[in-house]
Design a protein around this ligand. Structure first.
Ligand SMILES: [Zn+2]
Length: 139
C-alpha cells in the first residue's frame, strides 16, 4: 500500500519492523505448540482432533466447555499469546512502538527485548506497582 503510512510506523525502520513482526509470529507459533501439547496431554482423547485444529483461543474455550480447568493450565501463556496477537494488530494498524498508556515512544531496546509489550518501561513499572508488587518474573 503506497503513500500515507501512519507516522508512528514510519518512526521504526521498515526492516526493523519486519524483523519484530517475524519475531512475534515465531513466538506466537511456539506458544501455540506449547499450549496444544499441554492440552493434548490433559484433555480427553475425544477433544484431541479439535485441539490440533484450534486456531484461536475461542476454539480452545470451545474444547473445554464449562470447567475451564484446562484453561488454567496455560493461563500465563494465554496472556502472552493475547499480548503477541495485540502487538501484531498494532503493527498492522500502524500504532506499534507507541505506549498504549501515555502515547510516548517505546525504547528501541525495549521493543527488541519485549516486542509484545504495549507500554513503555515507565507505565509498565507504574502498572506493576498498582498491581501490588506481584510482578511478573518472566524472562
Ligand atoms: Zn507509557
Amino acid at each position: 500500500m503506497p503513500g500515507d503510512r501512519p507516522p508512528v510506523s514510519a518512526e521504526i525502520p521498515e526492516a526493523e519492523l519486519d524483523r519484530l513482526r517475524r519475531d512475534l509470529v515465531a513466538r506466537r507459533e511456539a506458544l501455540w505448540e506449547e499450549i496444544r501439547a499441554d492440552l493434548l496431554q490433559n484433555a480427553r482423547a475425544e477433544f484431541h482432533d479439535r485441539i490440533r485444529a484450534a486456531a484461536t483461543l475461542d476454539d480452545i474455550h470451545d474444547v473445554a466447555p464449562g470447567g475451564g480447568s484446562l484453561l488454567g493450565i496455560f493461563e500465563a501463556r494465554k496472556a502472552r499469546l493475547e499480548e503477541i496477537t495485540a502487538a501484531l494488530h498494532r503493527i498492522e494498524a500502524g500504532t506499534f512502538g507507541r505506549c498504549t498508556d501515555c502515547g510516548r515512544r517505546i525504547e528501541a531496546d525495549d521493543l527488541r527485548d519485549r516486542p509484545w509489550e504495549p507500554r513503555c518501561a515507565g507505565c509498565r513499572a507504574k502498572a506493576a506497582e498498582a498491581e501490588g508488587g506481584e510482578g511478573e518474573d518472566a524472562g
